[in-house]
Design a protein around this ligand. Sequence first.
Ligand SMILES: Nc1ccn([C@@H]2O[C@H](COP(=O)(O)OP(=O)(O)OP(=O)(O)O)[C@@H](O)[C@H]2O)c(=O)n1
Ligand SMILES: C[C@](O)(CO)[C@H](O)COP(=O)(O)O
Length: 232
Amino acid sequence: MVNIGIVIPAAGQGKRMGAGYNKQFLALRDKPILAHTIGLFEESDYVSEIVVVGAEGDIATIEELVSFYDLKKVVKICIGGVLRQDSVCTGVRALSPTIQRIVVHDGARPLLTLPAFHKFLKETETNSAAIMGVPIKDTVKQVDSAGNVLETLPRDYLRAVQTPQIFDRGILEEAHERASVSSYYGTDDASLLEWIGHPVHMVEGMQENIKVTTPEDLWLAERILTMREKER
Ligand SMILES: Nc1ccn([C@@H]2O[C@H](COP(=O)(O)OP(=O)(O)OP(=O)(O)O)[C@@H](O)[C@H]2O)c(=O)n1
Ligand SMILES: C[C@](O)(CO)[C@H](O)COP(=O)(O)O
């Protein structure tokens, strides 16, 4: 397998968490969320370097965290942009030129496991762009701006999309470049490839790989980690 570079966008503000600071410094089992996330990739033999993207005011804290947890594969900590897409774009540019395959993974998804990550790499080996997603558990309805239901979407072919998302470097760079020129914004990186007409493959993700977004997610993440520790 080729050497993989990881981009971790961690430059958000965590507004929905309401902690008053970047949620990625909140502790889960006594360790910051971001340290869990980076630590996973640090342990993977397939990963050769990691770029973390943080908000300007968080860079010093991220540097301390990287040093404290001895995260040796972190080669750069860059300053992010206004939107997640801007942050990822900066991170991609910061990877060494030798990196030809890129994984983007949210700093706020600390519950991905090494076996799940390696399974994802294996399953997507031949895809130039691939993502993880999970089947939708609830019924999904489209509504209008007044809250009236327009239709019920058939959920068999719907997926809640997660990260990691993996891409050949060339196509990810092209998609970001074209999106930037046209001011096109998507909520994940795969949507930029869809927008330029490049195929994206979907594989089964893991329900536990939640994005820690609101206080309930923090509660759930804590319990999932406690359960994993007991099972060990
Ligand atoms: N300008 C931004 C916005 C988001 N992110 C990152 O993208 C990931 C997914 O975003 P989200 O969970 O929405 O985090 P926040 O933007 O921090 O949350 P909120 O929208 O509640 O402020 C997070 O790891 C976040 O740090 C980023 O790198 N740069
Ligand atoms: C990339 C992502 O995690 C896939 O589900 C998600 O789209 C990020 O969205 P956010 O609004 O930046 O949290």
